[in-house]
Design a binder for this molecule. Structure first.
Ligand SMILES: Cc1ncc(C[n+]2csc(CCOP(=O)(O)OP(=O)(O)O)c2C)c(N)n1
Length: 468
């Protein structure tokens, strides 16, 4: 066999394991042609080393087995988001987002629209074959009216299924895109035009000029149930009626090349730009990680209590995370948050098995007490009946948070009472002065409450001293 030198593509399709030169595409499919056009444009423009192709899910999911350049696989519909990310962290890269019509115009439509609106620097190659190929022929957003698919067996009825979506026209209402065009690979003449469009989209990336969108009308014989020749005819005779070929916008000349990106702020600068400038955490592998969970009703100050503890940990230069979870209700639903305090970067901020559990109401006590680890501590409001037994080896302390706050005339300060209990019982391993400072800081916007809460904290500590 004559040796054929391939540039920009791997010589063999190794997914099949036997160094085969066959592809996974069906006979007559447009994907293979477009792969070749993208490769040629990339190589001719000398962009192979700078190119990152993003392949989401769809028939083209195996792009990385074919293209000899940078590749990233993306979740279904998320190529635009992944491409945007590559764009941000590697501004020198030439990003190509290669997507099917299901991927780009159904599950990924919002990503498509928003990334185009942001004018992300990428060339989007949009394969419009009017159907979901990979999954076996379901209706796509681009399926023609009356067209039969697996999920429109009587033909697409606009009354219940809407009309075909014209993506180029939709994007053409946005200001940012530089180039929007629709081409086809249904015959040789069209393929040459498609090549020119793809090349232009890549030139725009090479020159850092912005967002380029190339829609390619592409045959899918297998799922259209047509021979390759008939499928190509279908593209020309029917698809082009709905999706006329042509360039909707070409601002290549006027578009300014991207300005050099501003130097990235250092982590220290990020910190200093924040509201509470603090030095970063210090690695201390000997520090025993502490996992806390705060639970109760929304409105009881559960989330603020967690923030307060996390802030105190930050002041001690520990790694810390605060992870809230609450229902959609503004008041009265359940609320909880997880706080992790660690001597090393935190992997998971969710706390399923806390060392310390704070419960401000009965349902949360009953729901979470069984999760506390042996040797752990639960601080439970004294209004909660302890009918459910805590696990072996778990200490339960009842704190009069709600009633004492009412007695002291500040019902909203029940969470400050709980903070006092955490402090007095040494439950967080943090210095009392840091917990105090974090509490003060939480009232930064209401300075008149700082003294008040300090006094409440002292009252709560003395209550606890006389009751434990
Ligand atoms: C989140 C998610 N939803 C659904 C699927 C199933 N799925 C895989 S590919 C695909 C559509 C493929 O069609 P298209 O994007 O038009 O690409 P083609 O295969 O036709 O090239 C779907 C729905 C999936 N993989 N992930």
């Amino acid at each position: 066999m004559k040796e054929i030198k391939t540039v920009g593509m791997y010589e063999t399709f190794d997914r099949s394991g036997k160094h085969t030169r066959a592809t996974h595409y069906c006979a007559g499919c447009g994907h293979g042609i477009v792969h070749k056009l993208v490769t040629e444009a990339m190589v001719e423009l000398g962009l192979q080393d700078r190119t990152v192709i993003v392949n989401p899910i769809g028939c083209a999911v195996f792009g990385y087995y074919y293209w000899d350049c940078g590749n990233i696989g993306a979740a279904h519909g998320r190529a635009a988001a992944v491409g945007s990310a590559v764009n941000r962290v590697r501004p020198e890269a030439v990003v190509i987002s290669y997507q099917g019509d299901g991927d780009l115009a159904a599950i990924g439509m919002n990503h498509t629209f928003q990334s185009a609106n942001r004018g992300e620097h990428m060339a989007v190659i949009f394969i419009n074959n009017a159907i979901y190929g990979m999954t076996g022929g379901q209706m796509a957003p681009t399926t023609l009216v009356g067209m039969k698919t697996k999920t429109s067996p009587f033909g697409r009825d606009p009354l219940t299924m809407g009309y075909p979506i014209h993506v180029c026209e939709t994007l053409n209402q946005l200001r940012a895109p530089v180039y929007i065009t629709r081409v086809s690979v249904a015959d040789t003449r069209r393929i040459m035009q498609a090549k020119a469009a793809i090349r232009k989209a890549l030139e725009i990336q090479r020159d850092g000029k912005g967002y380029a969108f190339v829609e390619v009308i592409s045959p899918c014989p297998t799922n259209l149930g047509l021979s390759p020749v008939k499928a190509a005819q279908f593209c020309i005779e029917q698809m082009e009626q709905e999706f006329p070929l042509g360039t909707l916008r070409d601002n290549t000349k006027e578009a300014d090349p991207r300005a050099a990106p501003a130097p990235k702020p250092t982590p220290q600068e990020y910190f200093e730009a924040g509201e509470t400038a603090l030095p970063p955490a210090v690695v201390d592998p000997d520090f025993k990680e502490l996992r806390l969970k705060f639970t109760g009703f929304g409105g009881q100050g559960i989330l603020s209590l967690g923030i307060c503890v996390a802030e105190a940990a930050r002041m001690e230069r520990r790694f810390t995370s605060w992870y809230p979870s609450y229902g959609p209700e503004q008041r009265g639903g359940s609320a909880q948050c997880s706080v992790v305090i660690s001597g090393t970067p935190i992997g998971c901020p969710a706390v399923d098995h806390p060392d310390v559990l704070v419960c401000m109401n009965r349902p949360s006590y009953e729901r979470y007490i069984g999760d506390v680890v042996p040797g752990g501590l639960a601080i439970v409001d004294s209004t909660v009946p302890l009918e459910v037994k805590p696990p072996e080896g778990v200490r339960v302390v009842q704190m009069s948070a709600i009633d004492l706050a009412i007695e002291l005339g500040v019902p909203k300060a029940a969470n400050t009472m709980m903070l006092a209990a955490l402090m007095e019982l040494g439950a967080t391993g943090l210095k009392p002065e840091h917990l105090q400072a974090a509490l003060d800081a939480s009232f930064k916007k209401k300075p008149e409450l700082v003294e008040k809460n300090r006094a409440l904290l002292r009252e709560a500590v003395s209550w606890l001293k006389s009751h434990t």
